[in-house]
Design a protein around this ligand. Sequence first.
Ligand SMILES: [Zn+2]
Length: 226
Amino acid sequence: MPLYAWESEELLRLYTTLNQVELLTSSREDHLKWLACPSGKFSVSSLYNLLMPKNYMMVPKLLWNNMAPPKVQFLSWLTWKGRLKTAGFLNRIGVLNQNTFVNCVFCGQAVETVNHVLLWCPAVWKVWACLMNWWGVLWVIPDNVNGLLQWWRGYKWRKFENIIWKAIPMAVMWSLWNTRNDVVFNGKMFQLNELCELIKVRIALWVKSQSKEPPYSVQDIIINLQ
Ligand SMILES: [Zn+2]
């Protein structure tokens, strides 16, 4: 039975589509393909990448791609992984004596955890606020270090500003942890203004020493940033 004109067109379209399909051949074995990996083969790392939120995967780029010295980057990475040896952590794994003071050395009000001693502590919050004020940014303190770093990674500035911006969380976390150690082991006092200045100088020196053509002096970066 002859086809109508519109049916002929449909038939032609069907043939065209079928011709584009890879034909099954008896010589080639059918197999499963893992689409999350370009090679088509399954790997644990590709599954891990697939399951983790994209923002989480961006954090290591911030941690390792900045002007901070390697030892500072490493401490930041430990912090992000929750592996900082805080009193709360050591107490939990049974390393400390029962009577050891495990509260935060800055405020004494809560058990010393990574998120408390680097973010939530009222004394520490003032340090972050000082840095935000220096930068002219308004913010709400994130829930945890991972949230902080994800938020930080999301902010985009011009090239030179971005170099300084990416060094700030590393410098703050490094300086806070060293100050905490000074208080615990050397009996020093926590001085807010002194610490804020030290963090700014630290950042400016890192940027000056590693950036190829820093257009500003250390003094400019600290005082005339905006
Ligand atoms: Zn505290």
